[in-house]
Design a protein around this ligand. Structure first.
Ligand SMILES: *Cc1c(COP(=O)(O)O)cnc(C)c1O
Length: 453
């Protein structure tokens, strides 16, 4: 069998639909609540922030939603993304396991995020929107939306978490190259930002704060809407193109995974690779273990509470039921900036609660060691976020070795690390710290969780 299961420029191989796991779940997800009334919200409540097509996708029960032609036309530039068999890594580990990885680093922005950025920019343009506002952690989402905005002729303004803004100047340069404006958050440009800066002038920022700023700007400008890079149902759905392609590609290799792995920040790339497999199982297909991997310094799924919480720090968003560390929680400034979110996609939390998946947390140094081992075997340097999935895949392969059992392991390599080399430099110099989160702050943040009903 060919080691690279890849088909190039064959449009017929790009899935024609996104997959909506809600149609197959044994129990419906919890209702989304209005932040003021604490009653379930309707589509109209979200209209100031999102175009109606995306709101309808957010609440859809349909199993399949057709991918519009203009979105497929942009996808064609890098989709289907390659599925590789990690033969040299298998050899280096001496494992009987077959390890495959789906590589999303081939998109223009270098991660899976353009899969939804392109779709969101398209629907906003169709609805007559002129400007998009958003937040970004490590800069992956901001650069993806900047790219998509440029493709469809939309202005893009990005609030970038301060610690990443300082750590990753090249991501900002990339956003500006694509024509977006990038502001460090907390910023003095919004009330939410001003309130945080008044408490602490050198605040490192968080995704929760940046979301408040972007939502505030969108809600007060008629020509602007807000775009979120993860967490929401429609975002996860756009990412399911990853898992659907993987199923088709593995079929060409005459294989099917026993284990499917993805790193989880807000949960979108994990859901993208995993939901089509969970759905197949729910519809009577083969059994599969599914593992979400997160940083021990921001342990949302493994240490958080499954409860109603705000999506942002300024409490402008609706209340959603999810695993959360509390919207007031600020994770320490570790390098996998894309995994520094206090909450989790409600659909991923629901799947964990239903026992359809597992979650695991790793520390920063062991994660980078795995990333370096992967890069030395396979040649691709993973993004720090993706290293969490790499570490888990290696551990699973080593478990196969010690049990003397061959299993098929599939993981999502969500992006490349070419803009994250400072993190690798820090790892090599031994200055990367395994930061623990502040237990006291976590307790305080959890104690402040809103009471839902
Ligand atoms: C943003 C990002 C993540 C985390 O976001 P999810 O929504 O959990 O997927 C993971 N990997 C990369 C490369 C990212 O850019």
């Amino acid at each position: 069998m060919n080691d690279t299961v890849k088909y190039v420029l064959d449009e017929s191989r790009i899935p024609k639909h996104w997959y909506n796991i809600v149609a197959d779940l044994p129990a419906p997800p919890a209702a989304v609540l209005h932040p003021g009334t604490r009653q379930p919200i309707g589509p109209g409540d979200l209209a100031p922030l999102f175009p109606m097509e995306l709101i309808l996708q957010e609440v859809s029960q349909e199993r399949e939603i057709e991918i519009p032609g203009p979105v497929r036309a942009v996808y064609r530039q890098w989709r289907p993304s390659p599925l590789f068999r990690a033969r040299r890594l298998e050899q280096a580990l001496g494992t009987p396991a077959r390890i495959y990885y789906k590589y999303e680093g081939v998109s223009p922005a270098g991660s899976h995020k353009p899969n939804t950025a392109v779709a969101q920019a398209f629907y906003n343009k169709e609805a007559g929107v002129k400007r998009l506002t958003t937040e970004t952690g490590a800069g992956q989402w901001g650069s993806s939306l900047a790219f998509a905005g440029q493709v469809f002729g939309l202005e893009v303004k990005v609030f970038m978490v301060r610690v990443s803004y300082d750590q990753k100047p090249y991501r900002r340069a990339l956003m500006e190259t694509y024509g977006a404006r990038c502001v460090p958050s907390p910023s003095p440009e919004t009330r939410s930002g001003q309130a945080i800066l008044a408490q602490r002038a050198d605040h490192p920022g968080s995704l929760g704060i940046a979301i408040s700023e972007a939502v505030e700007v969108a809600a007060t400008d008629d020509d602007a809407k807000y775009a979120l890079g993860s967490v929401l149902n429609h975002v996860l759905m756009h990412q399911t193109i990853i898992g659907q392609e993987a199923i088709a590609q593995l079929e060409m290799a005459d294989d099917y995974p026993d284990v499917v792995i993805g790193c989880a920040g807000g949960g979108s790339n994990f859901a993208g690779i995993a939901f089509p497999f969970i759905g197949a199982k729910l519809r009577g297909g083969p059994g599969v273990r599914v593992i979400a991997v997160e940083p021990a310094a921001c342990p949302t799924l493994t240490r958080g509470r499954y409860a109603y919480d705000f999506g942002d720090t300024g409490h402008l968003t609706p209340l959603v039921k999810m695993h959360t560390l509390g919207s007031g929680f600020t994770p320490p400034g570790f390098h996998a900036g894309g995994l520094r979110y206090h909450g989790m996609a409600p659909l991923v939390s629901h799947c964990l609660d239903l026992g359809l998946m597992e979650a695991r947390a790793y520390r920063q140094n062991e994660v980078f060691a795995a990333g370096v081992q992967f890069a030395r075997a396979e040649g691709i340097v993973p993004a720090p976020e993706a290293n969490h999935a790499v570490k888990c895949a290696i551990d699973e392969a080593l478990a196969c070795k010690s049990e003397g059992r061959a299993r098929t392991i599939l993981f999502n390599l969500s992006g490349h690390g070419h803009f994250d080399m400072q993190a690798y430099t820090d790892f090599f110099s031994g200055s990367l710290q395994d930061q623990a989160y502040d237990e006291e702050e976590l307790e305080t943040a959890l104690a402040a969780l809103p009471v839902a009903t």
